[in-house]
Write a protein that binds this ligand. Structure first.
Ligand SMILES: C[S@@+](CC[C@H](N)C(=O)[O-])C[C@H]1O[C@@H](n2cnc3c(N)ncnc32)[C@H](O)[C@@H]1O
Length: 314
């Protein structure tokens, strides 16, 4: 990995390095990375960074109950011990900026003087899902693939707004409870140990918030309530669908509903296929693909997205 480093001090005494130029994950010279934080963000980072040439040699974590355990064979260590292993660079798998500063300070005080990177810096660089969406939109237009657009799992409409902006001439169906996760879906998560999701997570949104975010609201059809009940009576074919409902049940039901209704050459973009936080999303996709003899392409983005292309002739 070729990293052009520009050091900046973000308060709290911790100097963070900016990976100003990524030349791929190979690059010259052996690098040995360490990740602080063995939770969701840290594991997502691991999937992006870990390679034969530039391995992640350890996680550091401040939670003593994790010390001595491993993730994908990589040890989870207390901070001081991690520093003693002299990594070439440490990535902070922590979302909260204040905690990042604190941990950065602790690492410096423990004697680490190498580069420190924050997950948010990588998140911007690896916004692959959005970049992929732009290319998909171009493909659909240039191949004149007919059909409407949809997103299941809209929340505040960030990604949906982008779909609406990129393909302004198509109808966009937005499916969400707009009240967060539904009790029935959460019960399944618990029963099958897919995630720690809680009823009502992602409820801080509204139909008005979402509509206000759409550049072309006249194209938007909102279907409020629990999917798949909200799809009843809809007679539509699709060119592009984003499935981002996080949980096993709606992701499986989303695939079962939308994949047969995709026009040939159309795309299904799945969020969380390789997520450590929402493992049910990937399990739902694997089950659906296996049952139907279809194959997807995983994307190397921070949330572990994946793409399905509908084949066949029109
Ligand atoms: C991670 S958020 C979506 C994020 C959004 N795609 C974005 O890019 O900002 C997941 C959403 O899925 C919705 N959801 C989960 N299960 C659902 C179901 N069965 N029916 C409708 N919406 C559901 C939740 O209400 C939540 O808003």
């Amino acid at each position: 990995m070729i990293l052009v480093l520009c050091k900046c001090v973000l308060g709290g005494g911790a100097a963070f390095s900016s990976p100003a130029k990524f030349g791929g994950l190979g690059g010259s010279g052996l690098k040995q990375w360490m990740i602080f934080g063995a939770g969701q963000a840290g594991r997502a980072l691991y999937k992006l960074l870990h390679s034969g040439k530039s391995p992640v040699i350890a996680f550091a974590d401040s939670n003593p109950s994790l010390w001595g355990k491993t993730w994908d064979g990589v040890p989870i260590l207390p901070l001081e011990e991690a520093v003693r292993r002299r990594p070439s660079g440490i990535f902070l798998g922590i979302i909260n900026r204040e905690s990042c500063r604190e941990v950065g300070g602790q690492l410096r005080r423990a004697g680490y003087d190498g580069p420190l990177y924050q997950v948010s810096q990588l998140q911007n660089r690896f916004h692959i899902r959005l970049a992929t969406l732009r290319l998909m939109a171009e493909e659909l237009e240039s191949r004149a693939v007919p059909g409407a657009l949809a997103e299941l799992g809209v929340y505040q409409g960030e990604f949906a707004g982008e779909i609406n902006r990129l393909l302004p001439d198509r109808k966009l169906y937005l499916f969400d409870t707009f009240e967060g996760f539904h009790q029935r879906d959460v019960e399944k998560e618990r029963a099958e140990n897919h995630s720690q999701a809680q009823q009502g997570d992602f409820s801080d949104t509204s139909v008005e918030t979402v509509l206000g975010r759409m550049p072309h609201p006249e194209q938007v059809v909102l279907r409020k309530g629990r999917f798949p009940e909200t799809a009843r009576g809809l007679e539509e074919r699709f060119a592009l669908v984003s499935l981002d409902a996080d949980l096993y049940l709606p992701m499986y039901e989303g695939l079962s509903y939308f994949y047969p209704r995709l026009n040939p050459g159309g795309y299904l973009l799945l969020h969380d296929y390789n997520s450590a936080q929402y493992q049910g999303a990937g399990q739902a996709a694997r089950r659906y693909c296996e049952e139907n003899g279809i194959y997807l392409t995983p994307l190397c983005d921070i949330h572990g997205a994946a793409v399905l292309v509908k084949d066949g002739k029109r």
